[in-house]
Design a protein around this ligand. Sequence first.
Ligand code: AP5
Length: 214
Amino acid sequence: MRMILIGPPGAGKGTQAANLVNTYAIPHISSGDMLRGAVKAGTELGKTADRYMKAGDLVPDEVVIGMIIERIAAPDCSKGFMLDGFPRTQPQAAALDTALKAANVELDAVVLLEVPDELIVDRITGRRSDPETGTIYHLKFKPPPAEIADRLVQRKDDTAAACEARLDKYHRDTAPVIPYYAERGLLRRVDGVGSPDEVLLRISAVLGPQGQAS
Ligand code: AP5
């Protein structure tokens, strides 16, 4: 199963990916997580990315494309992968196509999680994550256990201002990628409003029991 999870910031891509990768036994490749890892490690790529991410801007294509294309060429992706947060621009989608063609493999599905903008700011500003387990919580929608509350962290770009900027970039740069996959019959639209369990059921329904996208 080679699939993409696409949708606005805070739509629930990371939350759903964490469940789906177990079902389909494929690696979860989050461009945001990889970039945050590079920032934390203080690499040159991370230093470049940090400037853009803090402001809610997209990291330049030339930085992100190489990072993801190299990652999906790794042995653990030979049977499939779940891309989360990539591609986010038309050049990124074209670069992914080129890499998949060169490897003689095809995408199975692109799942679009649809959540209206007015719900996004709440989801983003209430998000907290556990640096020890990577689990994503929400102060209101998925409250963390009291005993780990002290160690939870908030992302630097989870402010209301950066969220507005990220939504603008989504509508300007990422939404235009969606018709590209719709035209190829790969797009599966999923309503991302409801409990995470309800959304997971909807995604599982469009992907099919064996991951044979329907
Ligand atoms: P990235 O990390 O990819 O962020 P994003 O796409 O903005 O998405 P998020 O991680 O914010 O949200 P999500 O959809 O995963 O939601 P989550 O499950 O956490 O990118 C960050 C930055 O990196 C970008 O702005 C850019 O600078 C850079 N970048 C990354 N990829 C790039 C690329 N390809 N090109 C260029 N730049 C790139 O859920 C959010 C919250 O809501 C959580 O608290 C969760 O508990 C809660 N929640 C989830 N589901 C529900 C539900 N159904 N109901 C209620 N609450 C819910």
